[in-house]
Design a protein around this ligand. Structure first.
Ligand SMILES: [Fe+2]
Length: 424
């Protein structure tokens, strides 16, 4: 459990809050590249950590991200015209370039020089892995770009989707690092889709009460979850990379699944779901399956990032199937997660919890996030996990002898492919 004041500290992400200040020190995955049509296409609204922004792609294909409101009378630039040289407000025609500088004011005398004094906030942008990234923190503190493995594999090796979740981001991450719920909530996830089980998947159900062993790291934490598997031990190692990245333990040689849980505001999260293979392109079948809601990806209402199975329709829960053996009655891993996490309330009251031994990773995760936010606010301590060299990791799973050390035995498995980082 967590006292109310710590829960506030942990979950509030506005610009003036300690957690908001911490999170703004990291690059933010903000919008799928595909959502921003080609050069001079329609602008998009964009909300991250409670900030209202507008994104647009200029005539050269590069993306600009500005505060949403025109400096003149505060109309939304989302309705703006995306023109050569910038975005023009349709109210009085004020036009802004990608740096936020006002470059035209057709309703003002051209000799006044007023436009030169007008600049709206603009943010650094990068485009990687089919995602538009932004940096919202102090310019002097802009970090190097992350080097997670899914960001450096060839583009044909990676598939990303994003879905909207109606909870605070901490609640969402806590699901991502919670190994024990997989053996319960998700137990029929593959059967729903008629997918064949794999040896690793089957091992999840040999033992539903994993013992956790945590390894704090420079980048965050490696979470070892140990299940009995006959005389051996089945270890699943989930990775948490500051502040919002998680890597799901790998299942054999299948693509690796990863997430980024990014706050839209205090009560909504952009759940980025990434599947990638370090050594080969994804197959057409794999991509089509992801698009239709396989694995960690959700089937979405076309034109939105709202899952088809959502809070408004009780996730299309099928009580008959639940009764005849499909445990949760809800199809799809992300929909099962959203159902339980959204049911906890937008910001769960952590003073009402009763945590068990299987929640050890969640306890340490909260403590580290709280400590990082407090240390930055009170002592100006640099946030952890900003060194891209520490991001070159993988999740892992392995069957080990009963006495083996998972930290040593999985060390090589937990390293990302060196070849992916060789610069030409
Ligand atoms: Fe889950």
């Amino acid at each position: 459990m967590l006292k109310a004041s710590d829960n506030e500290l942990l979950t509030r992400v506005g610009a003036a809050t300690p957690m908001g200040e911490l999170l703004r020190r990291y690059w933010v995955p903000a919008l799928p590249s595909a959502d921003l049509a080609g050069p001079l296409g329609a602008p998009r609204r964009l909300s991250v950590m409670g900030q209202q922004l507008v994104a647009f792609r200029g005539e050269d294909g590069l993306v600009g991200v500005l505060a949403e409101r025109c400096a003149h009378r505060c109309a939304s630039l989302y309705f703006g015209r995306n023109e050569v040289g910038g975005l023009r407000c349709i109210y009085h025609g004020w036009k802004y370039d990608r740096s936020g500088q006002c470059v035209e004011q057709p309703t003002e005398p051209s000799t006044s020089g007023f436009k030169d004094k007008i600049k709206i906030p603009a943010y650094p942008v990068a485009e990687r892995a089919g995602i538009i990234w932004i940096y919202l923190g102090p310019p002097a503190d802009q970090p190097d770009f992350p080097q997670l493995e899914w960001l450096v594999v060839p583009p044909e090796n990676v598939f990303c989707s994003v879905r909207l979740q109606q909870t605070n981001f901490v609640q969402a991450i806590e699901g991502g690092i919670d190994s024990s719920h997989v053996s319960v909530l998700h137990q029929d996830a593959r059967r729903w889709r008629g997918e064949a089980p794999t040896p690793d998947w089957d091992r999840l159900f040999d033992d539903s009460a994993p013992q956790l062993d945590l390894e704090p790291t420079d980048y965050g934490m490696a979470i070892g979850a140990c299940r009995r598997s006959g005389a051996d031990r089945y270890w699943r190692v989930t990775q948490w990379v500051m502040p919002w990245y998680t890597l799901v333990p790998r299942d054999g040689d299948r693509p690796i699944n990863a997430h980024a849980w990014v706050p839209l505001d205090d009560t909504h999260t952009w759940t980025w779901s990434i599947s990638y293979h370090p050594d080969r392109p994804l197959t057409r079948d794999e991509i089509e399956a992801y698009r239709s809601g396989a694995g960690i990806h959700a089937e979405e209402i076309p034109g939105s990032h709202v899952p088809v199975r959502n809070k408004g329709n009780d996730y299309l829960m099928d009580r008959l199937l639940q009764r005849v053996g499909f445990f949760s009655g809800i199809e799809g891993i992300p929909n099962q997660d959203a159902a339980v996490q959204e049911s906890m309330g937008e910001i769960v009251d952590r003073s009402a919890e009763h945590l068990g031994t299987s929640d050890a990773a969640i306890v340490v995760f909260r403590r580290r996030l709280l400590r990082a936010a407090t240390a930055l606010r009170e002592r100006g301590e640099p946030p952890p996990g900003l060194d891209p060299l520490t991001h070159r990791i993988r999740s892992a799973s392995a069957v080990l002898g009963a006495d083996a050390s998972w930290v040593e035995a999985t060390a090589a498995l937990r390293r990302a492919g060196d070849h992916l980082y060789r610069t030409s």
